[in-house]
Write a protein that binds this ligand. Sequence first.
Ligand code: SF4
Ligand code: SF4
Length: 59
Amino acid sequence: MVDKNKCIGCGTCVGICPVGAISFDEDGKAKIDKNKCIKCHTCEGVCPVGAIEIDKKEE
Ligand code: SF4
Ligand code: SF4
């Protein structure tokens, strides 16, 4: 999930996700489509503010 209080809307995660699971919501914050996400954890590493956490147990 994305911590919307931390996300600064830089768009880095949106561009890097290999399956296009991340988009912006109406607030300009990143949003992950859990049905598309393959839990590769790439986005976690690229977020400059550490706003993303992919929880394996969550889904
Ligand atoms: S964990 Fe991988 S597949 Fe899931 S949203 Fe992040 S970059 Fe995309
Ligand atoms: S990389 Fe982080 S700060 Fe940038 S849009 Fe994604 S979640 Fe938000």
